[in-house]
Design a protein around this ligand. Structure first.
Ligand code: ZN
Length: 135
C-alpha cells in the first residue's frame, strides 16, 4: 500500500533573474521584467511517498518533515535575497532551480519514505515541479 503525503511551507524572498554571462541587452530580452529585483510569496509543496507504518499509521510524521523544512530551507531563504543565499550559490534563482536545490536538501534529511515531488509556486499561476532524476 503506497500513499503520498504533503507538507506545504511558505516563505517570502526577493530575487532577480539574470545570467552574468549575458549582455545587458540579452538579459533584458530573455528575463524582461524579472531582470530587476522583485519578490514573491513562495509556496512549496513537498510530497513524500511511502507505506504507512502499521503501528502509527504514518508514512512519515509530518512534524518531522515540518522540522526538516524549517531548519534546512525556510530558515535559509525567508526574507532573504535569493541571489545572495548560500543554498543557491551560482544559480539563477528560477522556480526550476529552487525546486532542484530543495529536492537535494530534503532527500538528504528524510528519515523514512521516498521523496516524490517538490513544487515551488511563485504565484497561483506559475510553478515548477521536480520529480527527481527520471531514469
Ligand atoms: Zn520572480
Amino acid at each position: 500500500m503506497i500513499l503520498y503525503i504533503t507538507r506545504r511551507i511558505h516563505f517570502s524572498a526577493a530575487h532577480r533573474l539574470f545570467n552574468p554571462t549575458f549582455t545587458f541587452e540579452k538579459n533584458e530580452e530573455i528575463f524582461d521584467k524579472c531582470n530587476t529585483v522583485h519578490g514573491h510569496n513562495y509556496t512549496v509543496d513537498v510530497t513524500v511517498k511511502g507505506t504507512p507504518d502499521p503501528e502509527t499509521g504514518y508514512v512519515l510524521d509530518l512534524k518531522i518533515l515540518k522540522r526538516i523544512l524549517e531548519e534546512h530551507i525556510v530558515d535559509h531563504v525567508d526574507h532573504k535575497h535569493l541571489n545572495e543565499v548560500a543554498l543557491l550559490d551560482g544559480l539563477i534563482p528560477t522556480a526550476e532551480n529552487i525546486a532542484v536545490v530543495f529536492w537535494n536538501i530534503i532527500e538528504k534529511h528524510l528519515p523514512v519514505g521516498e521523496l516524490y515531488s517538490v513544487k515551488v509556486f511563485e504565484s497561483d499561476n506559475n510553478w515548477a515541479e521536480y520529480l527527481g532524476e527520471q531514469a
